[in-house]
Design a protein. Structure first.
Length: 260
């Protein structure tokens, strides 16, 4: 007997899968418990998975996630829609391997006032209203003055998401590190920054500073918050982990191939 919750998209395919999975679990004496589940199933895509992670942010150590993708294979999801029977068999009768993914911790600061936030895919500072200056420090060492639309920080799991769209490197499974990728950096004689994505070690402390981040937004996964009053943003890997129950190995190359 296990406590479960299903977080599903509202389209017809997802609804059908939701009903089938729920019936099978009820028939095996599982209990639906939205407040305190042991297993959370997501039906939709990697985006649906992210929503479920943020919903249970304060209970992550007690939850294993299992994802079904209704499109192609995802990075957080292991089963496609037509594999629902296989998923039910695996969940009822197999022991999974647990993959734990560390989330990013983002701290925004204005003087002594601090706010802590978490992201699985990435944290990015973006200003589409005016050129944003960002002084970049890594482990207290000054790297550069960046000017442009913003900077994105991701780890391995988020490297295939927004990071990939701005020409960041895809980091294969097993590679640890934090990647900083420029968003529309300005590069000319008077303004220079690294220009290429930079991958630093996973225990690095990345700090972005400026006198003002007025009009800039901090986007973290599908969420966002204004940086209007902030002067400093720190990003590092946290000890908060998202646990994915993997019932069968799926090659990373296969996942990548299904992306494009
Ligand atoms: P969303 O609609 O939930 O997701 C946008 C796209 O990003 C979807 O196709 C989603 O895949 C895919 N995605 C999410 N996480 C991924 C990962 N780890 N690897 C590969 N693809 C991934 O959009 P949202 O609610 O605005 O934001 C959620 C996430 O989407 C963000 O964290 C960001 O990384 C990503 N995003 C990407 C872009 C871009 O590439 N230009 C723009 C906006 C947002 P599914 O179809 O499987 O859900």
């Amino acid at each position: 007997m296990k406590r479960f919750y299903i977080s599903a998209k509202t389209d017809e395919i997802s609804k059908g899968l939701n009903n089938k999975l729920k019936d099978a679990l009820f028939n095996n004496d599982w209990i639906e418990d939205e407040k305190s589940p042991e297993i959370v199933f997501t039906i939709g895509g990697d985006g649906t998975f992210l929503h479920a992670v943020h919903k249970y942010l304060n209970q992550l150590s007690k939850i294993n996630f299992v994802g079904i993708h209704t499109g192609t294979l995802g990075f957080y999801t292991d089963y496609e829609a037509e594999e629902i029977d296989q998923l039910i068999q695996d969940v009822l009768f197999k022991q999974p391997k647990i993959e734990a993914i560390r989330m990013l911790k983002i701290e925004t600061k204005n003087g002594k006032l601090k706010k802590g936030l978490y992201a699985l895919n990435e944290a990015r500072i973006e200003n589409i209203i005016k050129t944003q200056t960002i002084h970049v420090y890594i482990n207290d060492e000054y790297l550069e003055m960046f000017r442009g639309n913003g900077l994105c920080v991701s780890a391995q799991a988020g490297s295939t998401a927004y990071n990939r769209s701005i020409n960041g490197a895809v980091m294969s499974m097993g590679i640890e590190g934090l990647q900083i990728t420029e968003i529309s950096g300005i590069h000319h004689r008077a303004s220079r920054s690294l220009g290429s994505p930079l991958i630093v070690s996973s225990n690095s402390n990345i700090v972005f500073k400026n006198d003002t981040f007025s009009n800039a937004v901090l986007c973290y996964d599908y969420k966002h918050t204004s940086l209007d009053e902030m002067t400093e943003i720190t990003i590092k890997l946290s000890n908060k982990k998202v646990k994915i129950a993997r019932f069968r190995p799926t090659s990373y190359i296969r996942r990548l191939q299904s992306l494009f």
